[in-house]
Design a protein around this ligand. Structure first.
Ligand code: ZN
Length: 304
């Protein structure tokens, strides 16, 4: 009955009374967890995170494995941006890849950073920033073949410009990059993102004819500014003449915007992925938006 009275007080907006009653429960033998849970929710609603931590520690003493307690501790870890701790507390339904990648970015020890990036990639092979980071860290340790294999696997799971950019950083020679890219994207030709990557790499390698073919396909499939801009650059280099270029510029004006990371919470666009939206502070809210693919990275935050 005490629990009901406490819940009723909370619903009625009487926080002091709710806190008092939950406090009584927390001291009653057998009801400690019910009381503590109520007190934790009260403290969280007030934004008193130190109190949340103190109470969660007490609750853990009674029953460390309680799922609600785990969820509370995860929320507390996320509030503190304690990514490693969040990763340890996260279940399979939570955005483990996001937590692991955020932890990898902060980790100064190279081997530990690599292990975290590997976890991020394994948790979500469609999450391009995780694959790109993992590949870069592998390359930094001179594990080139493995790095290229990761990029190839990631492309086959979900093509993304960050993967192509990472390949460009790992393989600076344009001809070698062209050859490697074709291996990486094999089987996914005819898709917008792949055609765009092929066009860029062919252009960089000076293969203007091939570059134009791929750019035309990319422009058709994506309809985005970046593809039309690239096509115009290639045609300019080919010396196609003014009328064609003018037509391209006109199409450019009507093209769809370039893809970007967009926050599901506030809608702000970001050039690079981040674990926390720089605009609104929401955790794991950035989703890739592109004409080629709206990749819904598994980024759900525990509700309770
Ligand atoms: Zn936001």
């Amino acid at each position: 009955m005490l629990l009901l009275a406490a819940q009723a007080a909370r619903l009625a907006g009487d926080e002091t009374e709710a806190r008092r009653l939950f406090g009584v429960l927390a001291r009653m033998e057998g009801a400690e967890l019910l009381g503590l849970r109520g007190l934790i929710q009260e403290a969280e609603a007030r934004g008193d995170w130190d109190e949340v931590a103190r109470l969660a520690e007490q609750a853990a003493w009674f029953r460390p494995g309680a799922p609600w307690l785990r969820a509370e501790r995860l929320r507390f870890a996320l509030h503190r941006r304690a990514w490693r701790e969040a990763l340890a507390l996260a279940g399979p339904d939570q955005p483990r890849a996001v937590f692991a990648l955020a932890a990898a970015a902060e980790e100064t020890h190279p081997r530990r950073a690599l292990a975290l990036a590997r976890t991020a990639f394994a948790s979500d092979p469609r999450f391009a920033s995780a694959a790109a980071t993992y590949a870069r860290l592998l390359a930094a340790r001179r594990r080139w073949r493995k790095a290229l294999r990761v990029l190839r696997e990631a492309w086959q799971a979900a093509p993304h410009p960050e993967l192509a950019a990472t390949l460009a950083a790992l393989v600076p020679d344009p001809m070698a990059r062209w050859a490697e890219l074709r291996r990486m994207v094999a089987g996914r030709e005819g898709e917008g993102e792949t055609e765009f990557a092929l066009a860029e790499a062919a252009f960089a390698a000076g293969l203007l004819g091939e570059a134009r073919q791929h750019a035309e396909r990319a422009a058709e499939l994506l309809g985005e500014r970046r593809a039309l801009r690239l096509l115009a650059d290639i045609e300019d280099r080919l010396g196609v003449g003014l009328p064609v270029l003018q037509a391209r510029l006109k199409a450019l004006g009507e093209a769809k915007p370039d893809p970007a990371w967009r926050c599901r919470s506030c809608g702000a666009e970001q050039a690079a992925w981040a674990p926390v939206c720089p605009a609104c502070g929401e955790v794991a809210s950035l989703v890739w938006h592109s004409a080629a693919s709206a990749v819904p990275a598994r980024q759900n935050i525990p509700a309770s």
